[in-house]
Design a protein around this ligand. Structure first.
Ligand SMILES: [Mg+2]
Length: 521
């Protein structure tokens, strides 16, 4: 199977070797991780050049294309001046009215940021799911140029506005009705008020901050949210950043929406926010500048020496949290683990492994590898533990409703369990759980191998990459990955120990149900 790269930015490691190399001396800053605008000397002047597509949202792509590119040059301390636009119009949106609308947005927004449209290309592109605008902005650097990587040890790091603002706007635009009916208009009022304003354009305050003497680095938050932006700034500067998570401003509405959808606001696309690195001596001036601009600003961390690697004390997000919104649209079937996931059977696996003397990855494989009579004795012991756990098991809150919600949306379900057929059937009968397909260890296949999961997809008649695996343990993650499932959802992961390994993660089944009710069409 071909390993496809996940949606989002292409990992820098892949890009780096192909875009690096000798550059002429007039290129003052070329391709570099986390640096969103190049710096070139033209006719004795320094110019910043940035290029960015707008792909997430369709309605105002023309306006956004100008703003994100204006932001990218402004963080270099450059005033946006000349703009080029490539408009790729999706066939289903290819009306004269739509093209006029896109170009009007581009022209009007250029005027707003002080730039002029100097060229580009517009076409109807077959196969596009929605229209896109790819913009290129040139801006003249007014003082000393700033970079993402200019941060110095001991500098304070601050941010404007709040985390995940752009993601909040996108989610409210697309899922607003469902979110409003969950929370009521009042809970989202604060966000509505802010989002009605010019929150996305950071160029004016970036230019003012760039003029402050103490400012050493500027970076605008985009995909991957403030978490990824902090990581990019740390890496570009060769430093670590000690971030106080609680100091990062998050709007109540953003927090509520993220909670509904199992998203981390720190990893949610966050254009509209600016990261500022500043020498401690310049702190007062920066605070004054933002206060005068009427832009909320908070110090959130400090640059410190990097250990072996540039690190940040909050998670990074190579994949934007917004992806989770559309995740279920590629899914036709859901494959469940049973114990710990749907049924609370309170196995203490570490204690059981110690008791049975298991050291390998798989208890079943370990026991099968023992010589007789140990093999039979240990198996009898395991079966006794399982029988007790089965007798005492209770069902997790919401398990029946979860299966009903999936059935209502025509999603097929399978159960893949390492438990025995007898125990599994006992639990399913007792709790009234139904699955289209059941694979137990009696099939001769068990996790963490992907084989039983693959067998379930075969019996479901669904391609593995159209299936979501739902489990509670590393076994489930390993098996889902080996079987090539389209995704993995971890439930009851209160401590977040599988963060970054799972595509979705919820602390309980009702949380997963709430997510499904919002995102399933
Ligand atoms: Mg389990």
């Amino acid at each position: 199977m071909v390993d496809r790269l996940p949606p989002g930015k292409v990992p820098w490691d892949i890009v780096a070797e192909l875009v690096s190399g000798e550059l002429p001396s007039e290129v003052r800053l070329g391709p570099a991780a986390g640096e969103d605008a190049a710096l070139v000397e033209i006719g004795g002047e320094l110019w910043a050049v940035a290029s960015d597509p707008v792909s997430f949202t369709a309605a105002d792509a023309g306006r956004l294309a100008v703003i994100v590119n204006a932001n990218d040059v402004a963080v270099r301390g450059a005033r946006p001046r000349f703009f080029l636009a490539v408009g790729l119009i999706a066939p289903h949106e290819a009306t004269e009215e739509r093209v006029r609308e896109l170009l009007t947005q581009v022209r009007d927004t250029c005027r707003l940021v002080g730039a002029v449209l100097i060229g580009g290309h517009t076409e109807i592109t077959p196969g596009l799911p929605h229209s896109m605008v790819v913009g290129t902005m040139l801006g003249r650097v007014e003082g000393e140029p700033l970079t993402t990587g200019g941060l110095r040890e001991g500098d304070l790091v601050g941010m404007t506005r709040s985390a995940g603002l752009e993601g909040t706007a996108i989610l409210l635009a697309e899922l607003g009705d469902r979110l409003r009916s969950l929370h009521g208009d009042e809970a989202l009022e604060g966000a509505d008020e802010i989002l009605a304003g010019d929150w996305l354009l950071v160029a004016p305050e970036a230019l003012r901050a760039a003029a402050c003497r103490g400012v050493t680095a500027l970076h605008d938050v985009t995909e991957g949210g403030v978490g990824e932006a902090l990581y990019e700034m740390a890496r570009a500067s060769g430093l670590a950043i000690d971030v106080q998570r609680s100091a990062i401003p998050v709007l109540p509405a953003t927090a509520a929406i993220c909670d509904d959808l199992g998203l981390d606001p720190l990893g949610l696309i966050g254009s509209g926010s600016l990261l500022v690195g500043c020498d401690p001596k310049g702190v007062g001036e920066v605070e004054t500048v933002f206060a005068e601009s009427g832009v909320p600003f908070a110090w959130i961390g400090r640059a410190v020496a990097a250990g072996d690697d540039s690190t940040v004390t909050v998670p990074r997000f190579p994949r934007d949290e917004l992806i989770k919104k559309t995740f279920m649209s590629g899914i036709d079937a859901v494959i469940f683990d049973m114990d710990g996931t749907l049924v609370d059977s309170s196995y203490d696996w570490p204690a059981i492994r110690r008791r049975l003397g298991v050291t390998g990855a798989s208890i079943i494989d370990d026991l099968n590898g023992l010589p007789e009579p140990d093999r039979s004795r240990r198996w009898a012991e395991l079966e006794e533990i399982e029988a007790t756990a089965t007798a005492e098991a209770t069902i997790h809150e919401g398990a029946n409703e979860l299966l009903e919600v999936l059935a209502d949306h025509n999603l097929a379900t399978a159960l893949v369990t390492n438990n025995s057929e007898t125990n599994a059937q006992n639990l399913l009968d007792r709790f009234g759980l139904f699955f289209n397909v059941i694979v137990t260890r009696d099939s001769g296949l068990w996790k963490p191998s992907g084989a039983p999961v693959k067998e379930a997809t075969r019996r479901l008649g669904t391609a593995p990459d159209r299936c979501l695996g739902v489990g509670d343990s590393r076994y489930d993650i390993l098996a889902a990955r080996e079987a090539g499932l389209g995704g993995i959802c971890v439930l009851h992961d209160g401590t977040g120990r599988h963060d970054g390994e799972a595509d979705l993660s919820f602390k309980d089944i009702p949380g997963f149900i709430r997510y499904l009710k919002i995102v399933l069409k």
